[in-house]
Design a protein around this ligand. Structure first.
Ligand SMILES: O=P(O)(O)OC[C@H]1O[C@@H](O)[C@H](O)[C@@H](O)[C@@H]1O
Length: 299
């Protein structure tokens, strides 16, 4: 899921840079198609003022690729059921999960359009692009066994390609950050402009998440806990889920200073790397050690 989310978001950035899509909340103020200043008044909200280009929608793309992976993964279990009643159950599960999938996608799309941050075609494009990325990953089993080296190489490629693309176009006098001044100019409230939403902030977050995942999966802590004998126990899994959810809430309290851009990027990378590392390695290892100590005491 993290691979799909990261690569999907990276493609979203590249598509946004190629497509130069406007967002309704600034477009409506700049377009000449409404005569005599009769342009409609679009209400803005605290989450309207996204600073990147608008096409395709990153929220729609991220949501569709991640949910697609979850639904297809869940359905791959029910496909294995063989007897007759299981076939009916599989069909019911199939209809239920895909209905949920589309309800979520439609809700995301409507909300992005409602807050005036996207045109309808941008969210539709986002949903289908997300499904395509997820489908491509279904046929890439190599990510399941990727080594740390592979994670680092992928990270470097994603970073250098995006930076190279940005710098090459800058040489041609095309500024890919053209949308940031527009957002600043037309946002109804300057406090709603969030550095988190700039194209490079998203890139750094994704690189951090992938790097943290690679470190976690290739760490001793992960191997001892998640590949050990406890890993199949339902109690181990439930404890890991509960502890991970609680720990992730704590990360919400870590606020990164935004006054210095470079420091923001570095800290944002570290925070994004720490989150998967915590969930994949640290929490399972602590739960594993706790269970082992308890077992020893009981024996
Ligand atoms: O294009 P949307 O739906 O407004 O989404 C914007 C978001 O897109 C994501 O891809 C970026 O990682 C975020 O930083 C950004 O805020």
């Amino acid at each position: 899921m993290i691979w799909v989310a990261v690569i999907g978001d990276w493609f979203n950035l590249i598509f946004k840079w190629i497509l130069f899509g406007h967002r309704p909340y600034w477009w409506v103020q700049e377009t000449m198609i409404y005569p005599n200043q009769s342009s409609p008044c679009l209400e803005q909200f605290p989450i309207t003022c996204e600073t990147g280009p608008g096409s395709p929608s990153g929220h729609a793309m991220g949501s569709s690729c991640v949910w697609y992976i979850m639904v297809t993964a869940a359905l791959s279990y029910t496909v294995r059921w063989k007897d007759k009643s299981a076939v009916t159950l599989h069909r019911l599960t199939w209809s239920f999960l895909w209905s949920i999938f589309w309800i979520i996608q439609i809700s995301v799309c409507i909300s992005r359009v409602f807050i005036a941050t996207h045109f309808p075609h941008q969210v539709v494009l986002g949903v289908f692009a997300g499904i395509l990325v997820a489908e491509a990953f279904e046929h890439t089993p190599a990510i399941q066994t990727a080594s740390l080296r592979m994670y680092i190489k992928t990270n470097l490629f994603l970073f250098l390609f995006a930076l190279g693309f940005y710098l090459s176009l800058k040489l041609l006098d095309i500024d890919l950050l053209w949308s940031v001044p527009k957002a600043k100019k037309w946002c109804a409230n300057p406090d709603w402009i969030n550095i988190d939403t700039t194209p490079f902030a998203g890139l750094v977050r994704n690189l951090g998440a992938l790097f943290g995942l690679g470190l976690g999966i290739n760490s001793e802590m992960f191997i001892t806990s998640c590949k050990g004998k406890n890993s199949c126990k339902i109690s181990f899994r439930i404890l890991c889920i509960a502890a991970s959810l609680a720990t992730l809430q704590l990360y919400n309290f870590v606020k990164i200073p935004t006054h210095t851009e470079y420091l923001f990027y570095i800290l944002s990378f570290c925070k994004s790397a720490a989150m998967p590392l915590t969930v994949v390695a640290l929490v399972p290892y602590c739960v594993h050690s706790l269970m082992r100590t308890t077992e020893k005491k009981l024996n």
